[in-house]
Write a protein that binds this ligand. Sequence first.
Ligand SMILES: [Fe+2]
Length: 359
Amino acid sequence: MNMTRNTRNVPAYMLGHGSFARLDSLVDARRPGAVFFYVDDFFRNTPLPGDLPARAGDSVIFLDTSREPTVEDIDALADAARTSCRGALPCCLVGIGGGSVLDAAKAVANLLTNPGKAEEYQGWDLVKNPAVYKIGVPTLSGTGAECSRTCVLTNMRRRLKLGMNSDFTLFDQLLLDPGLTRTVPPSQFLFTGMDTFMHCFESSRGAYRNLIVDVLAAGASALCREIFLGPGDMLADDNREKMMVASYLGGMAAGNVGLVHPFSAGLSIVLHIPHGRANCHALSVLGEFYPEEQALLAEILERRKISLPLGICSSLTDEQYEALYQGTIIHEKPLSNALGADFASILTRSKILELFKKM
Ligand SMILES: [Fe+2]
C-alpha cells in the first residue's frame, strides 16, 4: 500500500517588520462577531495590548506561559469563551505569543466546534469538525507552532505531552513580524531557536521523510547556522527575521521527530523545563546517536556564551526517575522513527536513566 500522506500548510501569511499593524484589517475581514485575543502574559505591561484592534464585545486574555498549557487550561478557556459568546461562536481567535500561546489558541479553536474535553482530542486525527478561524502571531521563533498541525498539551493525569494532531489545528492566517521578537532574552532566543534545528535534523533523518521535507529542513538549518554561528549579534533585526523564517520552514519540515523530543518531553513533564532548553539538555547527552548535531550545539553554546546547567537529573526520587522513563518511552512514533520498531531493545530502562543522569 502506498503510504504517501496528504500535506496541508497554513494557507496565508504576511512577513515583515511592521506587519503587526495589519492585524486590524485581517480581524476586520472576519467580523461581525466577537474576537478573542490570547496574549502572552509577558506583554501585559507593554504597549502591545494598546495596539490590539479590540472592540466592545471582544476579549483580551493574558495567558501565563511559565508552564506549557494543560488540557484543563484549554477546557477552562473554551468554557469561558462559550459563556462570553452566549452560545454563539467567536468570529476569530488570535494567538499572540510563543509556542504555548499559539498552541493554546489552536486548541481552544478546535474545542469550540467539537464536543467534550480537550484530552479527548490528544492524538492523531481525532478532531471531527473544522475549528473557529484563527490567526497566529508568533513573538518567539523556533517552535514551529505557527505552522504545525498540532498543539502540544500537557496531561498530568496521563503523564503525557501530546497534541491535537489534525489539519483543523493549522492556523488560517499568520502574521510574521520580527519586530515582535525584539525583547526576547538571548538564552531564550537561542534555546527556542534551536528547537527548529532539532525539528529539521530529526525529521530529515527519520523514516517518514520526503524531498520537500528535506529541502525545507536544509533551508531552515542553514539559517540557524547563519544566525547562531555567523558574525555579529544573533538578535540583530536581520537575524530575528531569519529566525522567524527558519521557524516557519522548520515547522513545515517537522513531520515526525526522533530521540531528542521524547527525552525532552520527559524533562518537561517531570521537571517542568521549557521545551527549547529541554531539547538542548536532551541533545547534549545523545552524542552516540547524533554526534555531529551534539558537537554543533556545543559550538553554538560556546560561541554565544550561553551554558546549560549540569546535574539536573543527578539526585531525583525513584518516583521521578520512573516518571522520566515513562514520559520518554511512551513516545513510540518518534522513537521508532529514529531507531526502528525495535527501539525498546536499544533504549532500555537503564539506558534511558543513564542518559538522564548524564545531563
Ligand atoms: Fe520541538
